[in-house]
Design a binder for this molecule. Structure first.
Ligand code: HEC
Ligand code: HEC
Length: 207
């Protein structure tokens, strides 16, 4: 045992003299490549993927997809969640831990991701009812069947159906901290419960 240990020392040292530096250089190059593969925004987004999907495409009917949203919209709503001026169940508490530069990195990361619709299997009758309501009351702002988005307004076409219902109901109720133009509130208030459901079927099933 003792003999082995003594002889193993120099042998190992000799091997290492020839190979260890090469191994170390290889290892460092590998880690550098791995960390270059991730942007800061992507690393931060690890805290979001459980609910919004890794690239911002949500798999849960009550969680919104946020992929491809206008960077300025995302940054604004995250700041509003953080300072408590925007109504939320979860996001307000969550964003308290983020700085404004981190919020901006997150917003840029999600802006670069590709939107995918919810794939919701809607009922054709409700889709047709929703389409008529959309054209009369919503298309003037949510253009292109709800696909349009800008710094003030997110895409609603292909959004998760339960999330859409929650958002419409909160705004109908005039919940504090829910933002909306007056015309939108008026349009939503003119709908029956069945028509709100039809709107969710129509919007969630857009590609
Ligand atoms: C535990 C689940 C959960 C986690 C984690 C989470 N979110 Fe959310 N997110 C929600 C819910 C639910 C809402 C709707 C607002 C609310 O009720 O809080 C939301 C809303 C949003 C919205 C607004 C969507 C819209 O259509 O206006 C954005 C943007 C957003 N989250 C981004 C993020 C980012 C970025 C992170 C990571 C830092 C994150 N979320 C982490 C659940 C979550
Ligand atoms: C006058 C323009 C306008 C009209 C009309 C309008 N909206 Fe909106 N809508 C907006 C804006 C702006 C927002 C984003 C407000 C914010 O910051 O939360 C919004 C947000 C939404 C949201 C929340 C999206 C999200 O991801 O949180 C839903 C759902 C929605 N609108 C549905 C509708 C429906 C359905 C109609 C028609 C019955 C309608 N809107 C009519 C301008 C409008």
């Amino acid at each position: 045992m003792a003999v082995d240990a003594v002889t193993a020392g120099p042998t190992w040292r000799a091997w290492c003299a020839r190979h260890c530096l090469l191994l170390l250089v290889g290892f460092l190059a590998g880690t550098l490549q791995a960390s270059e593969g991730f942007t800061e925004g992507e690393i931060l987004s690890n805290g979001c993927g459980g609910c919004h999907g890794h690239t911002g495409v949500s798999a849960a009917a009550s969680m919104p997809s946020i992929a491809g949203f206008d960077r300025r919209y995302t940054a604004r709503v995250l700041r509003e969640f953080r300072d408590g001026s925007r109504h939320s169940t979860i996001m307000g508490r969550l964003m308290v831990g983020y700085t404004v530069p981190q919020i901006n990195l997150l917003a840029s990361y999600y802006a670069e991701q590709t939107w995918e619709g919810s794939g919701f299997r809607a009922e054709p009758g409700k889709v047709e009812q929703g389409r008529r309501i959309h054209e009369a009351l919503c298309e003037q702002c949510h253009e292109d069947s709800g696909r349009y988005q800008d710094r003030d307004m997110p895409r609603v076409a292909g959004q998760q159906p339960e999330y859409l219902i929650i958002q419409m109901q909160l705004r109908r109720a005039g919940t504090e901290g829910m933002q909306q133009p007056n015309r939108m509130r008026e349009a939503l208030l003119s709908l029956s419960e069945a028509e709100v459901l039809a709107m969710a079927h129509y919007l969630a099933s857009r590609d």
